[in-house]
Write a protein that binds this ligand. Structure first.
Ligand code: GLN
Length: 283
C-alpha cells in the first residue's frame, strides 16, 4: 500500500489482516480511532482524509501487535466495564463482560439507601469494586489484591473516577481485612487449571498468570475464599464467586458443604453457568 492512504483504505487494509471474523472491521476502526485520538464516528465522516506517513507507519505497528494476539485493551491501555472506562495494564486482568453479571447480582443484594460494607478480593483493575461503588455511593467497598502493580492501577482508576467510597489494600485475599465483617464479599478469582489449553488462546498469554491460574484444577483460590469468607461475613451476608464454565457443580457442592444457604449458580448472558452465590447464617 502506498503512503497516500485514506482512512477508508487503511481500515480495509487492517480488516483484511486482523482475521477475527466479523469483528475485524470493528477492531480495525477501534485501533485507528485510538491512534488518531478520535471517536469512531470521525472515521466515517472523514473517510477520504489521508493519513500522514507517520500515522500510517504507527498504524501498521499497532496492527502487527494486534495480529500477534496482543489484546486491544492492552494496546489502548483501557477497557470499558459496566459504565466505566478503566485503565488496564499487563499487571491487571482485562475486565470481561461476563463479570458484569456478578456486579448485577451483587447490586440486587445491596439496597441503594443503606450503607453496606462490601469487599472485592483480587480486584485487578478495580472493575468489580468500582462498578459496585459507583452504583452504591453510601456503601463502603474495600478491594484487595496481592499485586502491588495491579493495585496501583485500581487505585488510579478509583481516583480518576472520583469514587472515594472505594478503598484499596495490598495483600493476599483476606489478609488486609483482619477482624472486619462484610455484608457482601465478591470475587472473580483465578480459576483456570495449570496447563489448560485455553491459556494459549484469545490473548490470555498476555494476561498475568496470577490473575488466571489456580491450583487444584483451578479450584484452589475459590476453595480458600469460600472457606475463609465465613469468618468475614455478617450474619445473612452474601458470598459471590465468578467461576469457569464447568466448575459450577463443584462450587455448588463446596458452598453447601461449607454451610452456605440459598446456594445458587447463575448463568451469564451467553447462557453459561458463571456466578455461584451463597448466604452465610451464623447459627
Ligand atoms: N476483579 C478483576 C476483574 O474481574 C480482576 C480479576 C482477576 O484478576 N482474576 O476483572
Amino acid at each position: 500500500m502506498t503512503l497516500d492512504c485514506s482512512i477508508a483504505k487503511a481500515i480495509k487494509f487492517a480488516e483484511d489482516r486482523l482475521i477475527s471474523g466479523d469483528g475485524g472491521r470493528l477492531e480495525a476502526e477501534r485501533l485507528l480511532a485510538y491512534l488518531l485520538k478520535v471517536e469512531r464516528s470521525y472515521l466515517y465522516t472523514w473517510s477520504d482524509k489521508r493519513l500522514t506517513p507517520t500515522q500510517w507507519a504507527c498504524f501498521q505497528q499497532l496492527l502487527q501487535r494486534r495480529a500477534r494476539g496482543e489484546p486491544l485493551a492492552y494496546i489502548r491501555g483501557w477497557q470499558e466495564f459496566w459504565s466505566l472506562n478503566l485503565q488496564v495494564t499487563e499487571a491487571t486482568l482485562i475486565p470481561r463482560p461476563e463479570t458484569e453479571q456478578l456486579v448485577e447480582l451483587a447490586l440486587q443484594r445491596l439496597d441503594l439507601e443503606r450503607a453496606f460494607n462490601v469487599a472485592d478480593l483480587g480486584t485487578g483493575s478495580g472493575a468489580i469494586a468500582l462498578a459496585m461503588g459507583s452504583e452504591r455511593p453510601r456503601t463502603r467497598v474495600i478491594a484487595t489484591d496481592i499485586s502491588a502493580a495491579a493495585l496501583e492501577v485500581a487505585r488510579s482508576n478509583g481516583y480518576r473516577l472520583g469514587l472515594d467510597n472505594v478503598t484499596f489494600r495490598l495483600g493476599d485475599w483476606f489478609a488486609p481485612l483482619a477482624g472486619e465483617r462484610f455484608h457482601l464479599i465478591a470475587s472473580n478469582p483465578p480459576y483456570i487449571a495449570e496447563g489448560d489449553p485455553h491459556l494459549t488462546q484469545d490473548g490470555l498469554a498476555f494476561e498475568p498468570d496470577i490473575a488466571l491460574i489456580a491450583k487444584d484444577k483451578g479450584l484452589g483460590a475459590m476453595r480458600h475464599i469460600a472457606r475463609a469468607a465465613r469468618e468475614y461475613l455478617v450474619d445473612g451476608g452474601w458470598l459471590l464467586l465468578e467461576h469457569g464454565y464447568d466448575q459450577g457443580p463443584s462450587l455448588l457442592a463446596l458452598f453447601t458443604q461449607l454451610g452456605y444457604q440459598q446456594v445458587t449458580d447463575f448463568c451469564d448472558l451467553a447462557g453459561l453457568p458463571r456466578v455461584v452465590i451463597g448466604q452465610w447464617r451464623a447459627c
